[in-house]
Ligand binder design. Sequence first.
Ligand code: AMP
Ligand code: ZN
Length: 488
Amino acid sequence: MNSRQGKLSIYNSLSGQKEHFEPIHDGRVGMYVCGPTLYSEPHMGNMRTFMNFDMIYRYLLHVGYQVKYVRNITDAGHITNSAGNTEDNIGKAARLEQVQSLEIVYKFNVKFQELQRLYNLLSPSIEPTATQHIQEQIEHIEQIIANGFAYVVNGSVYFDVRKYSEKFEYGILSGRKVDELAEETRSLNAQDDKRFFADFALWKKANSDDMQVWRSPWGDGNPGWHIECTAMSTKYLGSHFDIHGGGMDLKFPHHEDEIAQNCGSLGCNPAKYWMHANMLNVNGQKMSKSLGNYFLPKEIVEGTTTLFTKPFSPDVIRFCMMQAHYRSNLDLSEDSLSAAEKGFARLSDALDLTEKINVGTISSFDVHALVDSFYVAMDDDFNTPILIAALFDAVRFVNLINDGKETITTSDLTFLCNEMNGFVQDVLGLNTRSGNSDSKLAPVMGLVLELRQHARENKDWTTSDRIRDGLAAAGIVVKDGKDGTSWS
Ligand code: AMP
Ligand code: ZN
């Protein structure tokens, strides 16, 4: 075992406690995270959750685990329920835009991949889609039926919560009691064929206007949303793996139902540790598509959301997100982003300084204890705000060395510098100047802006806008002022 491993504790939603992290297989971690439903462009709230799990993935890699990170793409089965009618979200978007479902998924997947690059998210090991795994979903459903925990009615298949509760505990994750669910679910589901209000669909018979339909032993239809994650996590990580993650809002019913499906088909809870990331709020309310209080990750970088008076770079936004613990709520405000911008500049300046400061014959402070504090913070359930506070302790020392008030040896400076860069760039996923080197980019940007200026002089607005939008997608904001054009 790597010496940096073995100290991590993780808050497990299943027990409601922080637990010492012991992977099922020494040195290896299997992690499944529920990915986006691609019927529209992911909003900033969705990105917060993916960014948090990216940070978790990065830290596991940093301490030397071999990680298999599976994050699915929901391209079928995410059903909405409006006015008594159920409809697949992707199918609904396709119907409204008069295109095929695959076009909707493809369009928003391209955007999602762009956003991952913009916010510096590492690619998961595998990104499976629900529609590629219909057969596996059908097989799980057949097994659940064979085990007596599901029933077929009129071309649909439902999970039998009462039968399941005789052997397993429904509500083990969310703490909900079946009796208490009655009020929330009864009115919504009055229209379907369930035997019991808390039962949920594993397979839904096709509606006549469904855009996507699959063959099954029960007739043409659509898989339920929860079963896709059961099928894909089992296929790629096995029936029992280390970490299952997602946003807090997925705890119930999605994750509760995943546990029920896995227990119902394979007899065990799929994951040892269940992790839930908290929400990005707007004025205290969860950012969501349905409430309409959302903004898109690109709008904040381009400065086109009305919520903020100026644009912020993806690194500043990511830094701001990392200043909140993944289990805390976060409200992005102009004040918090402006403060993050200043903090991030201070951190970047200090990292630049480490390449220039003078070394001495002794270190006047304990560099190893300082670096240990980075690991201690992250080992405590990925506490990024404490990590950032520890990094600022290091920034203070770097500045004091620069002022001649502290000293450091060459080997300690190399060690500190590597560890600071490792945590800032590899763990927090931030590109500081020393990392992405604006100085190398400057001549390229000079040329690009000259070409854009040329296009503008020729009133070729298509080309000039294309250059600006392309740069924005790469995280570079172009500003036209009276003194000329600048970029950041
Ligand atoms: P969806 O595309 O709606 O299935 O959501 C994808 C992921 O984003 C899920 O893990 C959700 O829990 C998460 N999510 C949705 N809204 C928010 C929010 N406001 N803040 C943080 N995460 C969110
Ligand atoms: Zn899922």
